[in-house]
Design a protein around this ligand. Structure first.
Ligand SMILES: Cc1cc2nc3c(=O)[nH]c(=O)nc-3n(C[C@H](O)[C@H](O)[C@H](O)COP(=O)(O)OP(=O)(O)OC[C@H]3O[C@@H](n4cnc5c(N)ncnc54)[C@H](O)[C@@H]3O)c2cc1C
Length: 401
């Protein structure tokens, strides 16, 4: 069997390592368009803030591919997958035949397609190359506008503020982390962001970016307000890297459609990680939720299934952990918007700035938000992941304090 894996990050590497155990002697080719993959994307914001030294970002040594007897193809993107011919085409013109293919090509930041996005000083942060561009191009002082108040946008805003820059955060919704937080948790997070000296504007989105001599000088919001700034960083979510599947029926705009074995509509092709569109553990519906542990878990199942192990992926369990200068927030499972018909038990400790909200459905924990005191998160995630029955809605106090 010839195995080919597109992607050498959380999902691709976990899949390749798992597959090697099932297929000790088979050729496994691992492709990455990045010249040196195998680094931690979650650490990129810490590189940006200079809290972590650049050499700490590497997850594997330079001899990783040799150690595992993988055949690496690095620094060359895949431009087409031909399922009929069982071949992967590279930009340079080569094509690689496969018997089983795993696509673990991840995702890339979305942009809005605005006038001015091509200007120098407009950034996204997904890759080490993005960080290098930011580190080289950011001004020493001045204002940066961060568009998007999701987890990555918040961490990036914090990092830029730590570099001594003035930061304006632009949020389309009425609160930060609007997909996952209820208004109580959001109010505590808002207060923490404000304490960090970051300005946050809600119900806002950019309509144009203005430049001078090719560099950003200002950004106009939907309400007509113009914010003078030296840089703009977009963090408005990601789109799956699936262009090379054009002409096949394997992917939609949400990603590559996979079943419970992480197989695609073509039984020779599997998908895992941010490029995939798998089932949600708690809703049973397909969902996109792009986090490192989910990519690793999917890589493990998909890697085994490339070798025919027939493992089942239980499903995506959303989880978010955010620490901003000593302010901790952990969420998981269903958010308040998905919790219709569920029982919610919440407890606010205002003086200490602690908040806990647990969501139950049919005697099982299906959602959680912890703010401030997050020590019990592990217990709650176990209850949720295994869908263990609890004796009626647990009052937070029984597990807390
Ligand atoms: C700044 C930042 C902070 C984050 N923080 C967290 C966090 O705190 N917690 C958390 O859980 N998650 C976090 N994430 C998300 C997490 O990094 C992703 O969910 C994870 O990297 C997904 O892994 P993946 O293997 O699916 O894809 P990726 O990591 O995107 O890797 C994709 C791989 O495919 C390769 N590739 C892509 N297209 C092609 C092509 N055409 N040809 C060849 N190779 C290709 C790439 O080079 C790469 O090797 C963060 C992400 C960012 C950007």
């Amino acid at each position: 069997m010839r195995y080919v894996i597109i992607g050498a990050s959380a999902a691709g590497c976990k899949a390749a390592e798992t597959l090697r155990r099932y297929a000790p002697n088979s050729p496994i080719t691992v492709i990455s368009e990045e010249a040196r993959p195998l680094y931690s994307r979650p650490l990129l914001t810490y590189l940006l803030s200079r809290e972590v030294a650049p050499e700490k970002v590497w997850l594997k040594g330079e001899d990783y591919f040799r150690q595992w007897n993988f055949d690496p193809v690095l620094g060359e993107p895949v431009v087409r997958v031909d399922p009929g011919a069982h071949a992967v085409h590279l930009l340079g013109g080569r094509h690689l035949p496969y018997d089983r293919l795993l696509i673990a090509s991840g995702a890339r930041p979305r942009l809005l397609g605005l006038k001015g996005e091509e200007l120098s000083g407009v950034y996204t942060l997904r890759t080490l190359a993005d960080w290098q561009r930011l580190a080289a191009g950011l001004p020493q002082a001045g204002r940066v506008v961060v568009v998007g108040a999701g987890a990555v946008g918040l961490k990036t805003a914090d990092a830029l503020a730590r570099r001594g820059l003035s930061v304006t955060l632009v949020a389309r919704g009425a609160q930060p982390l609007s997909r996952v937080l209820d208004p109580y948790a959001a109010a505590l997070l808002h207060a923490a962001i404000t304490r960090m000296g970051i300005e946050i504007i809600y119900h806002a989105w950019p309509e144009a970016i203005w430049g001078e001599a090719g560099r950003v000088r200002a950004l106009t919001l939907n309400d007509g307000r113009e914010i003078p700034c030296q840089a703009v960083l977009f963090s408005i979510g990601v789109a799956p890297n699936v262009e090379f599947l054009a002409g096949t029926d394997l992917a939609t705009a949400d990603g590559i459609t996979v079943d419970h074995q992480l197989a695609t509509a073509d039984p020779h092709i599997f998908a895992a990680g941010d490029c995939a569109h798998p089932y949600h553990l708690l809703t049973g519906k397909r969902a996109g939720y792009h986090i490192w542990p989910a990519a690793v878990a999917q890589g493990r199942v998909a890697g085994a299934n490339l070798a025919g192990a027939g493992l089942t992926y239980d499903g995506l369990l959303p989880q978010n952990s955010l620490t901003l200068r000593g302010f901790h927030i952990i969420t998981g499972g269903l958010g308040p918007l998905d919790a219709q018909g569920c029982d919610t038990v919440s407890q606010l400790d205002e003086p200490r700035g602690h908040y806990r909200s647990l969501i139950y459905r049919e005697g099982k924990l299906v959602g959680l938000t912890l703010v401030g005191a997050v020590e019990d998160a592990g217990i709650y995630f176990q209850l949720m992941a295994q869908q263990l029955p609890v004796a009626g809605p647990v009052q937070p106090g029984r597990l807390w304090g």
